[in-house]
Design a protein around this ligand. Structure first.
Ligand SMILES: [Zn+2]
Length: 660
């Protein structure tokens, strides 16, 4: 089953029946997600000694005694895990997992009220005789949880045909409808991390029932009528009046992704233009080189009001343009995934390869960095620099007021964790990776579009034509990407993305050169395809040293190393004894050569060459005279940013001072 075509879409992304990772880089990630990540997250969520995730549902239905524990969005984290497991079922059928999901659907059904509302904190309070009111506090995340339940229901129906979760999702949508028409301000106030915007559009596509499209329109309408908002939740001013992205980055990216879904169905050109300018604002001025979104742990959004007392407090938030701190980068894993959701919808809407470029930047860098190479530990925040001796504690994901963390580790020992009390990110990472193959290619009026490389098999039919391809490549370590046509009829055009980072790309079909469009575009090949046709795209991958904008103060005088789509970093584990991270610099033009390496059992491409060693003493003085000693040299070894922090505690930096 596939979703109904979208009226305004130039492209529709493919289902797992049409595209898979079958070999190479992404198939290893896919297998790790299936074999390690999804079971490991469930082991946490279902063990009451570790997580209250399942326990809360069991208390809510009377199978256990107790009170609700954990953040109010924990139900949504359970639903996100279910969605990841369903994604896995689609590519790798598993009867036991399928039955487990049906059992969970049965438990959730027993918590859901007749009006469709389901929220374990409220259900447990009611069961324990405490007074409680739905939607009393916007930070109860009820609509966020309901959105994830709807999405899980849609995926469950699409993959298995079962309506057990879909029915719960429809009930939840009915509750949201009741809010939209009877309590619109309650609905607007509670739209925090609005997963329900995307969810009801998914429900519309799978049911083709226009009431869900009308509900999505109502979400936007009631939001714009809400007068007590702030920049943290993007509801200080109407969406159509917004010209810059501010506030909580997960909330922003989920909101705009959901609205892009709406535009895909309605063709609302005014809203489309708003989303294009907001997306450009992020990518041109606020996106980390790793693809991370949301620079600030805490801050203020001072531009909306002239008076200090009315400045909007923000947290886990986008900063001002070019405000991109490295050590204190927040870049929540959920925000980065939200940017993939937003970008893939904009790609479908416009067919512009720049959106696929950003998905690639996020995927190969911050998304993969948010999970350990072993697939069982996670980052909530994604720093670009980790240094010893930070004299304050960066708030950690466990610090939600639910659990006291007695002794914070030193700042250079922050490592991924298998479980954290604020558990929104791990199941989000799992579902993003379990479904990543669906982002590999799209189909539309213009033919087949290959958006992402890394070892796919694609098979699509459109109109009277069909085309099946197998990609063989060592991408992202090598830019030579070979496709073999395995089946074909008719002449479906093939469009290959030429990444924005590339230069000098070449393309051959059966050995004959085909002209290639510029970076950041799709090169279209029209041909009557035959089985056995060979298409070879060659993307040269020189090592590049990149600088930042003059206003990006935190990276002034520094460079980041990138090869192909992969951003590199320097870790203290690779520095010679006696060389401190802050001493390491890179001489402009100094060669770095790709070298096969292995980190935590995972093959990666390291870059080796020579570092400059600056004569900086290990000192805590705020200011000191420049040292007169000569600059030395030492062997350099850069590793992919996504592989950092997999060799124990240590220091790390993406940006390195440049010696000219
Ligand atoms: Zn998160």
């Amino acid at each position: 089953m596939t979703a109904a075509p979208r009226d305004s879409a130039l492209m529709t992304h493919l289902s797992a029946d049409e595209v898979r990772w079958s070999n190479g880089f992404w198939s290893r990630v896919h297998e790790r997600t299936r074999d390690v990540t999804i079971p490991q997250i469930w082991a946490s969520l279902s063990d009451p000694e570790v997580s209250p995730g399942l326990r809360n549902f069991e208390i809510a239905i009377g199978e256990r005694e107790g009170t609700h524990i954990g953040p109010p969005f924990m139900d949504g984290d359970m639903y996100k895990w279910i969605e990841a497991a369903i994604d896995s079922l689609e590519t790798d059928p598993d009867d036991a997992l399928a039955e487990q999901i049906e059992n969970l659907a049965g438990k959730i059904a027993r918590v859901q009220r007749d009006d469709g509302y389901v929220h374990t904190p409220t259900a447990i309070s009611e069961r324990n005789g405490d007074e409680t009111t739905a939607l009393a506090d916007r930070f109860n995340f009820e609509t966020y949880n309901l959105g994830h339940l709807i999405s899980a229901g849609v995926r469950h129906y699409e993959v298995t045909g079962s309506e057990s979760l879909l029915t719960l999702g429809k009930n939840a949508a009915a509750f949201l409808e009741h809010l939209a028409y009877d309590k619109p301000l309650d609905l607007a106030r509670s739209a925090i991390c609005p997963s329900h915007y995307m969810a009801v559009m998914e429900l519309f596509r799978v049911t083709e029932d226009r009431r869900y499209l009308e509900l999505a329109k109502a979400f936007l309408r009631v939001r714009d009528d809400f007068e007590d908002g702030g920049d943290d939740n993007q509801d200080r001013i109407a969406v159509r009046d917004q010209y810059a992205v501010a506030g909580h980055a997960v909330r922003a990216n989920y909101l705009y992704a959901g609205l892009a879904d709406l535009v895909l169905e309605t063709g609302d050109d005014e809203l489309r233009a708003v989303l294009e300018r907001l997306w450009t604002d992020v990518v041109d001025t606020k996106l980390y080189i790793t693809g991370g979104c949301g620079a600030l742990y805490d801050g203020a959004s001072p531009d909306g009001f002239p008076w200090q007392g009315e400045i909007s407090r923000v947290h886990q938030s986008y900063g001002r343009p070019y405000q991109l701190p490295n050590t204190t980068a927040h870049a929540e894993s959920c925000a980065n995934i939200g940017m993939i959701f937003w970008s893939e919808r904009m790609l479908a809407l416009t067919g512009d390869a720049k959106y696929a470029d950003v998905i690639e930047r996020i995927a190969y860098n911050v998304l993969l960095a948010s999970i350990s190479l072993t697939g069982d530990a996670y980052f909530y925040t994604n720093a670009l620099r980790q240094v010893r001796g930070l004299p304050f504690e960066l708030r950690r994901p466990g610090d939600t007021g639910q659990q006291v963390v007695p002794s914070p580790p030193p700042s250079d020992e922050r490592l991924r964790q298998g479980y954290m009390t604020c558990f929104c990110c791990p199941p989000n990472i799992a579902r993003a990776l379990a479904s990543f193959h669906t982002r590999a290619a799209s189909v539309g009026e213009g033919g087949l579009f290959v958006n992402q490389y890394g070892g796919s098999e694609i098979s699509v039919a459109r109109d009277a034509s069909s085309l099946a391809l197998r990609e063989d490549s060592d991408y992202p370590w090598s830019g030579r990407i070979a496709f073999t046509v395995t089946e074909a009829s008719g002449s479906l055009p093939l469009n290959l993305r030429i990444p924005g980072w590339s230069s000098g790309a070449t393309l051959t079909v059966n050995g004959d050169a085909v002209s290639v469009t510029g970076p950041g575009s799709y090169t279209r090949v029209d041909r009557a395809w035959q089985a056995g046709d060979e298409i070879v795209l060659d993307l040269p991958m020189p090592v590049r040293a990149l600088r930042g904008h003059r206003l990006a103060e935190e990276i002034t005088g520094q460079a980041a190393v990138q090869r192909g789509p992969v951003v590199y970093c320097l870790e203290s584990a690779d520095l010679p004894d006696g060389v401190l991270l802050e001493q390491a610099a890179w001489r402009r033009g100094s060669a770095l050569s790709p070298v096969q390496a292995e980190i935590a059992g995972t093959p990666v491409m390291a870059l080796e060459g020579e570092l400059q060693v600056l004569p900086i003493a290990d000192s805590d003085e705020l200011y000191a005279d420049l040292d007169d000693d000569a600059v030395g040299t030492a062997p350099a070894r850069f590793v992919p940013y996504f592989a950092w922090g997999n060799r124990g505690a240590g220091e790390m930096s993406v940006w390195i001072p440049v010696v000219w």
